[in-house]
Design a protein around this ligand. Structure first.
Ligand SMILES: Nc1ncnc2c1ncn2[C@@H]1O[C@H](COP(=O)(O)OP(=O)(O)OP(=O)(O)O)[C@@H](O)[C@H]1O
Ligand SMILES: [Mg+2]
Length: 247
């Protein structure tokens, strides 16, 4: 059996003394495309941040590809939950995406033709070629989000962690980004996406992690993304409250 992409064991996370994640256990195989699903405040962003070592757990371990996650942070491309960039931030779309190549290049080498080609290709792939030289802060929220996805795509990452990447993005771009990520998955990359739209889980993902402080279910959609588990995760009163999503 291949080494799992992610092994989370007995993970407990608190902010100050408020418990946010409780005893999470989950093993994710390499090459999986996983939806992380749960209500606001469930701990989804905290889970990604803990994997990225931006938040430190009070108990438990995280291994990525068989190593402590702290050793493999450079192999992860991360798109944080959306926050708008200041309109006078003096950096262009090209700069932002090019920065994505620095991790594999090393900070002290100047990007060359290869890095510029990959950068322009990623900018074009998310439909932002006309904006390459615009300051990032002067783009709309959805356009900024596309640029951050492009930056993730040039990182040559083993693993992608995207926190609600489709928020504020139009449907066409959402589908383009989803198919770009599918191509990464086909190369064997592991992709974890915090995703709030229950209706599109079945078309974009093959596995789901349902979470509400603790992990309610993880596995292939047929096993994890069931009405009962969704109900449990969102504390719905009855399955009929789950308006029309289906596998
Ligand atoms: N830096 C922080 N300091 C203190 N509490 C925090 C911090 N970040 C998050 N929390 C709290 O931890 C809990 C989980 O937050 P988190 O952002 O992980 O939820 P989420 O599942 O990503 O929610 P959303 O769907 O709204 O993005 C929430 O109750 C939140 O208020
Ligand atoms: Mg969040």
């Amino acid at each position: 059996m291949r080494t799992p992409a992610v092994e989370i064991a007995n993970l407990t996370v608190a902010y100050h003394n408020k418990l946010v994640l409780w005893n999470v256990n989950c093993t994710i195989e390499q090459g999986a495309m996983v939806a992380i699903v749960g209500p606001n405040g469930a701990g989804k962003s905290t889970l990604l941040k803990t994997m990225l070592s931006l938040v430190h757990p009070i108990a438990g371990t995280i291994n990525l590809l068989g190593y402590s996650h702290k050793k493999l942070l450079h192999t992860i491309a991360y798109v944080p939950q959306r926050s708008l960039v200041d309109s006078d931030f003096p950096v262009t779309v090209l700069d932002v995406v090019l920065m994505g190549t620095y991790k594999s290049l090393g900070w002290f080498k100047r990007p060359g033709k290869k890095e510029y080609d990959a950068t322009y290709a990623a900018i074009a792939a998310v439909g932002m070629h006309d904006y390459a030289h615009q300051p990032i802060g002067q783009l709309s929220g959805g356009q900024q989000q596309r640029v951050f996805v492009a930056r993730a795509l040039v990182q040559n990452a083993q693993m992608y962690m995207l926190d609600e990447p489709f928020i504020g993005i139009d449907k066409t771009t959402e589908q383009i980004i989803s198919s770009l990520l599918k191509k990464e998955q086909e190369k064997g990359k592991t992709i974890l996406i915090v995703h709030h739209d229950l209706h599109t889980v079945a078309s974009y993902f093959d596995a789901a992690l349902l979470i509400n402080k603790s992990a309610i279910a993880y596995g292939p959609l047929q096993m994890s993304f069931t009405p009962e588990n969704v109900q449990k995760t969102f504390n719905y009163a009855s399955p009929s409250d789950i308006s029309g999503y289906r596998l």
